[in-house]
Structure formats: C-alpha cells, structure tokens
Design a binder for this molecule. Structure first.
Ligand code: NAP
Length: 338
C-alpha cells in the first residue's frame, strides 16, 4: 500500500484527500517510480475541476476523473521496470511525464509511487535536485514546443514572452536565452525581479505598460495569458514575425467553461492559412525523448534552472492547488514526499 492524493469527483481542492491505496504495477513498457517530487501546474487544475467541460469527453473521464490520482510531472528513483523496458533499471534517478502526449488526464504522480511510460522518462542529472527536476517536464516541454516548433526561434531574434513569471513563462525566458534570442519579458510588478534573474534583457510591467502600444518590434511573441488579440499583437510584430498563443483559462475566470480556448484556437488555425504571422496548425507532437534530452542538457549546463516558488508536502496538495489558483506563484510549485 502507499499514500496518495485521490479525487472521486470533479470539484475543487476540497475534493482532494490523502488516502492509502494499492501501489500500481508497471505494464511491459512502464517503469514504477518511487516519487521524490512532483509538480503542480495549470493542467492539474483543469482535470481536478473538469474544466473546460470538453476535456471530460477528451479522455479525462465523463462523470469523474478516470484516474483518481492527480499529478503528471515526476522525479524519483526507479523501483522496478516492466519486462519490455530496456533503458532503466532499479535505482536509477529519473524525471519526466507520467502521461502520454498532450493528454488532459490525471497522471498519478501525487503519490508515493507512480508508473510512467519508459519513453516519458530520462535520467536525472546528478547536480539537479529531485525538486528542480520535477518542476521541468510539462512546463518546459510546452515552452520548448511553442518557441522552437511553432515560433521557429533563431539566435539574434527579438522575442517577447507575455506571462513570463509563471510556470511556462519562467522556462520560456531561459530557453529563449539559450537559443540566443534577445528577450523582453512581461508580467506584473511583483514578478519583475524574477524576470531579471531569469536572464530577460528587458522587462515590461503589464500593470503600467501595454506592450502592444510600445515602440519595440518583435520577431516572435509567445503569449501565455492571451489577453490581447492577434490584431493588437500584430502591431508590434516585424513583417515576418510570429505570434504563438498558449492561452490561459485563468483558473476558471475565463469565460469559456464548455470549450475553453478551443474556439479561439480554431479561428486562429483558419486565419493562419492567410498570414505568415501565425504558426500553421499541426497535431504532430515533437519527439518527447529528444525534447527531454535537450532539456537535460540545458539543466546540466545551467542554461535552465527551474525557479521554485514554494514546495508543499504530499498531504498539502490541496493547499498547493489553492496557491496555484491565486496566480501569484513565481515560477513553479513543487510537491515533495518528505
Ligand atoms: N497550448 C499548449 O500546448 C498547452 C499545453 C498544456 C497547457 N497549456 C496551458 O498553458 C498555460 C500555462 O500557463 P502557466 O502554467 O505558465 O500558468 P501560470 O503559472 O499561472 O502563469 C501565468 C502567468 O501569466 C501572468 N499574467 C496574468 N495576466 C497577465 C497579463 N494580463 N499580462 C501578462 N501576464 C499576465 C501571471 O501573472 P499574475 O497573475 O501574477 O499577474 C502568471 O505569471 C495554462 O493555461 C495551461 O493550461 C497549454
């Protein structure tokens, strides 16, 4: 048996409980990981609340979460491996994602043990702590995919990151610097110091300055909150510049409870057929193993250092989720097993 956070209906942080449940058994291509740290992020909030409602049809579970244990990002020690696993053995320190692709489901990481597909994990560099490693996967993979694959980032470009002080943004600033870009980072007053520390060349306080009305011109805008229209952002894009929208539901404060950002994304996909300033739609995901290997390399060279806002012990996952929902976290929130 093991301790785990479980949820038996869609709801709020109040619906998450610490329970004793069975340790999962790894399938042939899976690894059983003794969890040392896991991370809290916006996608966990989506599945705990079941919002937008469409995600319930997209595999999360119709009436309640299919998997009762939340958490998708893990760092820990391999306990045992399925019979087809070739890359890991018991005792290896690993980190990665417990879910496949871009699924919106609970991944089981808020527990003492979790199973993960072999191709979702990589070896953890010795100099990186379990807490730091657990902070990386989902947020850095989203940042990497949007900057490199959709935004086609190149050295010497001027890149603006809107919402740069949050989970995805704090990774994106460092990745953009690692790609050799000049980075302008936008967030609220309290997060500007962090943006400087992450390596941003310019910081913009959105409470006093609207970047879409400024004099700066950018080759790439990575927009996490998506609080401006494409037309407004176009004003500050170079003619060949690209606007990549991640879109944030603002923890339920967004207006689209049924479909979330999907209608806006679909409209942009159509518009992308007529302008080079929007990325072409693709449902092909980057190779996760290669992407995690690149992130590992950046962690080893110190070009990527996750900024951890706060850590919470497993029993305090509900408090961690409430903290996430305030939107005040600087960088990442991490769950520890101590
Ligand atoms: N498209 C994809 O591939 C994909 C995949 C998975 C997840 N996601 C989504 O990506 C988003 C990730 O966000 P995250 O994890 O980085 O969230 P986060 O940690 O909450 O960060 C969002 C940041 O945006 C800032 N912000 C809020 N309003 C702003 C404004 N008007 N101007 C500039 N900055 C503003 C917030 O700061 P303050 O609130 O303190 O002002 C915060 O620092 C989530 O919605 C998640 O569901 C996307």
């Amino acid at each position: 048996m093991m301790k785990a956070i479980v949820q038996h209906r869609y709801g709020t942080a109040d619906d998450l409980e610490l329970r004793e449940i069975q340790v999962p058994t790894p399938a042939a291509h899976e690894v059983l990981v003794r969890v040392r740290a896991a991370s809290m992020h916006a996608d966990v909030w989506h599945v705990v609340t079941g919002q937008p409602y469409v995600l319930r049809l997209m595999g999360a579970g119709l009436r309640k979460p299919k998997n009762p244990v939340p958490g998708t990002d893990v760092a820990g020690v391999v306990e045992s491996v399925g019979k087809a696993v070739t890359r890991f053995r018991p005792g290896d320190d690993v980190f990665g994602e417990t879910i496949r692709g871009m699924q919106w489901i609970h991944g089981g990481a808020f527990a003492e043990f979790v199973t993960a597909p072999e191709d979702g994990l990589v070896l953890k560099p010795a100099a990186v702590t379990f807490e730091q490693a657990a902070a990386v996967p989902t947020s850095a993979l989203i940042a990497l995919m949007n900057l490199r694959d959709f935004g086609r980032i190149r050295a010497g470009q001027r890149v603006l990151i809107n919402g740069a002080g949050g989970a995805v943004g704090s990774m994106a600033v460092q990745l953009a610097k690692a790609f050799g870009a000049e980075v302008a980072a936008v967030d609220c007053t309290e997060k500007l110091e962090l943006l400087h520390a992450l390596g941003a060349d310019h910081v913009i306080d959105y409470t006093t300055t609207d970047f879409t009305k400024g004099a700066g011109r950018y080759n790439l805008i990575l927009d996490i909150p998506g609080n401006h229209s494409f037309t407004q952002c176009q004003r500050v894009l170079t003619p060949e510049g690209i606007w990549v929208l991640v879109a944030h539901d603002n923890y339920g404060k967004g207006r689209h409870r049924c479909l979330g950002a999907i209608p806006r994304m679909l409209a942009l996909m159509v518009r992308a057929l007529f302008t080079r300033q929007l990325p072409r739609a693709t449902f092909k995901l980057p190779d996760r193993q290669k992407a995690l290997a690149l992130l590992t390399q950046l962690l080893e060279t110190g070009q990527l250092t996750p900024h951890i806002d706060r850590t919470f012990p497993l029993a305090e996952v509900p408090a961690a989720l409430r903290h996430l929902q305030t939107g005040r976290a600087r960088g990442k929130i991490v769950i520890t097993m101590d």
